[in-house]
Ligand binder design. Structure first.
Ligand SMILES: Nc1ncnc2c1ncn2[C@@H]1O[C@H](COP(=O)(O)OP(=O)(O)O)[C@@H](O)[C@H]1O
Ligand SMILES: [Mg+2]
Length: 254
């Protein structure tokens, strides 16, 4: 579904990604792992058009998306969450999730002001879908709360609801359980399994190795901006390069 070919990204001459080539197969949950600073978020930002790769190509469903702006990439069916939460704190939880459906609003400013009946009907439908998404993540009772007052775990779930409400073909999740407690992590893991079962394709950036080994179909390992391995969780667990580069260092810093 997604294919990266020799993607490079430099920041002021320093390489954050060097010749990264990898694939995200349709219908699978692919985990992207690697130590801090490996380039995982940079890769997600390049895929979603937040950053432009210095060189290389990114293909999504037969579209070359390398040079496209974010909104066009979203329209093609790629949604994401951010590592550092990006919610609108003063908007309600419901309105935050509705922003995940902006591609489908499609009305002009004039029509939005006149609000003809067909548009009101459309708005109601979109609200219904947003409410369903909130329900899936156990947030219905907080729909009217300003997003800014929510606890951290709830904010992470609002991001997940927003990323999935438009039923995107590919969902990119940048550390969705970072900072959550064990119970909240288990709940999110179950949500991810459900999305996977419902046929979504997921690319999950994650630090928690137990979680990755538990829910991923495939694992891609980045280290210092390079893709050093990819394969099934079991293959990755035994790969000496990965053990040295990733697990070794985690143990060293633990
Ligand atoms: N906007 C930026 N400007 C300069 N350097 C950056 C920027 N974003 C990331 N980097 C650098 O790129 C490298 C990879 O960062 P990042 O993609 O955030 O890693 P990860 O998500 O794997 O922890 C790091 O060395 C980081 O300091
Ligand atoms: Mg990151």
């Amino acid at each position: 579904m997604l294919q990266l070919e020799q993607v490079c990204k430099n920041f002021g001459g320093l390489p954050a990604l060097s010749d990264v080539s990898c694939v995200v197969p349709r219908g699978q949950l692919t985990a992207l792992i690697g130590p801090n600073g490996a380039g995982k978020s940079t890769l997600i930002n390049c895929i979603t058009g937040v950053l432009k790769p210095s060189s290389g190509e990114i293909h999504f469903l037969n579209n070359q998306i390398t040079a496209l702006p974010s909104y066009q990439i979203t329209r093609l069916g790629i949604a994401r969450t951010f590592q550092n939460l990006k919610l609108f704190p003063r908007l309600s939880v419901l309105d935050n999730v509705l922003t995940g459906l902006t591609c489908e609003g499609g009305s002009s400013m004039l029509m939005a002001m006149l609000r003809p009946p067909y548009l009101r009907h459309r708005e109601r439908q979109l609200k219904l879908r947003a409410m369903e998404a909130l329900d899936r993540f156990g947030l219905s009772d907080k729909a009217d709360w300003p997003a800014g007052v929510l606890a951290y775990g709830d904010k992470k779930r609002v991001e997940l609801a927003r990323a999935t409400v438009g039923r995107p073909q590919l969902i990119l999740l940048d550390e969705p359980v970072a900072g959550l407690n064990a119970e909240e992590t288990a709940a999110v893991a179950e949500q991810l399994r459900r999305l996977r079962r419902a046929g979504h394709t997921l690319l999950l950036v994650e630090h928690d190795m137990d979680l990755v080994m538990d829910i991923a179909d495939r694992v891609v390992v980045l280290d210092s901006g390079k893709c050093i391995a990819s394969g099934s969780p079991n293959e990755i667990r035994r790969n000496p390069l990965v053990l040295e580069a990733y697990l070794g260092r985690v143990e060293a810093t633990a």
